[in-house]
Ligand binder design. Structure first.
Ligand code: ZN
Length: 176
């Protein structure tokens, strides 16, 4: 298992529509194992394949950060059920940027698990938010794309500034 390099904004893979997974191979399993390692190494609660430079429709989620309890979803489709929720979101591809995003409170997620079996989950709370954040990644959207023009600009300016700070080590973001 290895920790993969993260892709940071403005990497083009973060803005592209990811491709469906048509065959689940040993490589798919290895990718998912490495994504899990990478997510925990960076203290994340979710990770989408484009964030490690792979344009496939795969994401993992572990809101409780419990090893062995990760949810792995391939080819997800998301349907809002009801309600609105908002938390201060962050993203491993946007180091040290946080803001509130309006999401659906309850969602239904359909897709496949790593064995290729169909899954259908109706969830709320933090997991519903993680699902929406990760499915956005697979559609080439970042959480800052939901913000107002001003807030998005401010977030991008902060990212840009970090990259030019002499002590900034872009490869090791530390969530605050
Ligand atoms: Zn993210």
């Amino acid at each position: 298992m290895s920790i993969l390099d993260l892709c940071y904004e403005p990497h083009p893979v973060l803005h592209a529509q990811a491709r469906p997974v048509t065959q689940i191979t040993g490589e798919t399993h290895a990718l998912v194992r490495n994504m899990i390692e990478t997510m925990y190494a960076h203290d994340g609660i979710g990770l989408a394949a484009p964030q490690v430079g792979c344009d496939l429709q795969i994401f993992i989620a572990s809101p409780a950060q419990q090893r062995g309890k990760e949810i792995v979803v391939l080819n997800p489709r998301l349907e809002p059920i009801h309600g609105q929720a908002s938390i201060r979101e962050g993203c491993l591809s946007l180091p040290n940027v946080w803001d509130h995003v309006r999401r659906s409170e309850v969602v239904r997620l359909r897709g496949q698990n790593l064995s290729g079996k169909p899954i259908s989950l109706e969830v709320d709370g933090l997991l519903a938010i993680v699902f929406q954040h990760e499915v956005d990644h697979l559609e080439g959207r970042l959480f800052i794309d939901h913000l107002s023009w001003f807030k998005r600009r401010r977030a991008l300016a902060k990212l840009k500034k970090q990259r030019f700070l002499p002590d900034a080590d872009a490869s090791r973001p530390t969530p605050d």
